[in-house]
Design a protein around this ligand. Structure first.
Ligand code: EPU
Length: 335
């Protein structure tokens, strides 16, 4: 499907009103192949939009939006211990996780209920409750927009990092992810190190993949707003990474600051805590609010303007910088 001056209101989970000059949606990869061969659009401004769960439109999009809506799950390899599955990029992430859990395949259960599509998962290397998707991705199949050529990147070639990958850097808007291959375990491999998860499950002697998914869903529902009901894009900021030296200085002034050592030299700070300590929690202005249970999440309280959201986000960023001397990068794509 190809449309001009296309409304994006139903294509972003914050519920922002914006229009794209050109919009192309494909249900089969062959439609994308044909489109890339034939298209003569004179725009270099291209954005690949999944379910719009990590994007904030602050103006109309002057260019082409490509929206993968291709579905299908294929088993590509299987033995007694593990299974490899190739999943089309337009599949809903959580429906796919539910499918793996219902088959008792271990790996993705801690990533339950994350909004978005399968194709978006590798882009920002989605992560939650002690797991990152990079731990289970074997490869990612892409189509180069300029040439229509298909290519496959191995896990290493994706250059995964905290909320980052090659798709947010060298390959940004240069290729369309059409499928992602995962390797999951048929033998129980359990990760309940995240404190709240441990508290819920550690007394259970028969933990299984379904129980973990249920616990994760309970934890998420207790503190994160459901984007179907309240417009939001999950964490608005990344948790900032600072040097251990800077962290020791902050600890002297703020003894209860929350930080996690990520290696010998660096500490990841909880941005939610920083924002909370600045007093922003439950604050709202111009139809935009800071969520009352998780200050890292901004919510829609009636606005259709992405600029209202951006303005509040910038104020929060400045507030945190002034109080703690820490700069928080946006986790969300601002367009
Ligand atoms: N905290 C506060 N006040 C708040 C929010 C958090 O004091 O308003 C404190 C908490 O008490 C906790 C710490 O900050 O000690 C961390 O909070 P939490 O465990 O909720 O996780 P997070 O670091 O804020 C990250 C991810 C989430 C993911 C959770 C769980 C990022 C940017 N966010 O949040 O991912 O669900 O961990 O693993 O890394 C997302 O990316 O959209 C997202 C929701």
């Amino acid at each position: 499907m190809y449309k001009e001056h296309y409304p994006l209101l139903n294509h972003n989970s914050f519920g922002i009103e914006s229009y794209a000059d050109y919009f192309f949606e494909f249900c089969e990869v062959s439609e994308l192949d044909e489109f890339l061969l034939e298209q003569t659009l004179n725009t270099n401004n291209i954005f690949i939009l999944g379910k719009g769960c990590n994007v904030l439109f602050t103006k109309d999009f002057e260019g082409l939006i490509i929206h993968p809506n291709n579905n299908g799950i294929d088993i590509t390899y299987e033995d007694d211990k593990s299974i490899e599955i190739k999943v089309q990029s337009g599949e809903d992430w959580d429906e796919f996780v539910e499918f793996t859990v219902s088959n008792s395949w271990y790996g993705l259960e801690n990533l339950s209920l994350i909004p978005g599509s399968v194709g978006a998962a590798p882009v920002q290397n989605i992560g939650a409750y002690g797991v990152e998707v990079r731990d289970y991705i074997v490869s990612v199949e892409c189509v180069e927009i300029g040439t229509g050529k298909h290519f496959v990147l191995s896990n290493r070639e994706c250059c995964f990092d905290y909320r980052n990958s090659v798709f947010k850097n060298e390959l940004k808007n240069k290729c369309v992810i059409v499928a992602v291959s995962f390797k999951l375990s048929k033998i129980p491999v359990i990760n309940i190190n995240y404190t709240e998860l441990k508290n819920k499950l550690q007394k259970d002697k028969n933990i299984d993949v379904r129980k973990i998914r249920n616990a994760i869903c309970e934890i998420r529902n207790s503190k994160l707003p459901d984007p179907e009901k309240i417009g939001n894009v999950g964490s608005f900021f990344k948790n900032p990474i600072i040097s251990d030296n800077d962290y020791q200085v902050l600890l002297k002034n703020f003894p209860d600051i929350v930080g996690y050592k990520i290696d010998n030299k660096n500490v990841k700070l909880a941005a939610g805590w920083l924002i909370d300590k600045c007093g922003w929690k439950a604050y709202s202005e111009n139809g935009v609010g800071v969520h009352e249970n998780q200050a890292l999440v901004l919510i829609n309280k009636g606005t259709k303007s992405g600029n209202n959201v951006l303005n509040l986000a910038q104020k929060i960023r400045t507030g945190v910088l002034n109080k703690f001397g820490v700069y928080m990068e946006f986790e969300v794509n601002i367009l």
